[in-house]
Design a binder for this molecule. Sequence first.
Ligand code: TYD
Ligand code: MG
Length: 455
Amino acid sequence: MAKPKTRYVCQACGSISHRWQGQCADCGEWNTLAEEAPKTVFSAKHDLSSGGRAIAFEPLDAPGRPLKRRSTGLAEFDRALGGGLVPGSAILMGGDPGIGKSTLLLQAAARVALAGGDTVYISGEEAAGQVRLRADRLGLASAPIRLAAATSVRDILTTLGGMDPPALLVIDSIQTMHSDQIEGAPGTVSQVRGCAFELIRYAKESGVALVLVGHVTKDGSIAGPRVLEHMVDVVMSFEGERSHQYRILRSLKNRFGPVDEIGVFAMAGQGLEEVGNPSMLFLSGREGAIPGSAVFPAMEGTRPVLVEVQALIVRLASGATPRRAVVGWDSGRLAMLLAVLEARCGLNFSSAEVYLNVAGGYRLADPAADLAVAAALISALGDRPLPADAVWFGEVSLAGEVRPVAHASLRQREAAKLGFGSAHGPAGGGNGEKGMRYAPVALLPNLVDHILSEA
Ligand code: TYD
Ligand code: MG
């Protein structure tokens, strides 16, 4: 019998290679290939066509049990989940260190426990005393949570097997878990994958809602195996700038609900507070009538969020290479927009430094931000403030056309609700929203004329 070949597994993406390489051929990461024991490979001699149990087939329209979701007690968390925790489902929660994952889950666990759901919180990172201290600080010390500091999945599953399944099981974090039946140190692909597999199987069989905390690498993906994302039902990411107080809980994959739904929180002295009206948060402290400031009604899933885009243009006297710096938006997109403004509108940014900032530490991903950014840039370049009651949205093409974007009416409704009186967007985007004047902008040169000619 041929000797099974040694295999090398990329610790970043889980891909397998048969020889060692400095760089993973799949994900391009360097020095991530590690040798792992060869897996038993099924040979053709294995006969899989007999000896198994017969499985039962079901029609698609069988009267299934309706999903009975359980509230986390935090409306923003429920919203991001698409309506609450689904029993027997597995949620992977990623996020930078220190962003507040443990805090959020402790708060949710406490609310579930206070509402009568049995809750188990396993911490592999902090001692039980540390978690208790945090709960004390959050004013949740009285919540009947079962708390343990453990890292052995065998111990955890043995313990859980001997009691009634809880409603919610939190594992903080999956990278600290290990199984003695799997080779490798905690945190390696095989350990993370194996431990997650066992925990998820337990959750599915016993109807427990399972939340796994996952660490995030520098580039923002969940550390270790991408395979984890395939194994779970819901992938969530908890994001924010540590220097700012707001946090966004985003769902990236959801087998039971829509993706792109967000929950907004603010980190305060008493833990995470829910932010029901995020537009207020991002626009707070805004002074009207400053050149270079434009308000953009962004969409987060089905939810509009108003944010302020700020541009600053500094003319350079010498021939030094001007800087372009962007916070909260894509720098490639800014370069494109500047090129369109130069080529199609005859504006000149070549000897000027351009700084762009999205207020509040918010990160814009919505392509409809183009028009607001263009308005901010034109306003900064011409030193003309934009009308204080205006919002701007639309995608700009390389030809300088302003393209229609999704949810034009939702964006305007949110703006109207917050007291804005006019919206500038693509032709045909006006929907006669009450109290909202709609000014269509077909081409970017029209916008330049409009802003620079208005006294
Ligand atoms: P934590 O939940 O430990 O982050 P993670 O589990 O994602 O690594 O959050 C830690 C940060 O949150 C820490 O820097 C302090 C801050 N924090 C507050 O500002 N207020 C609070 O009430 C708590 C509990 C934490
Ligand atoms: Mg933590």
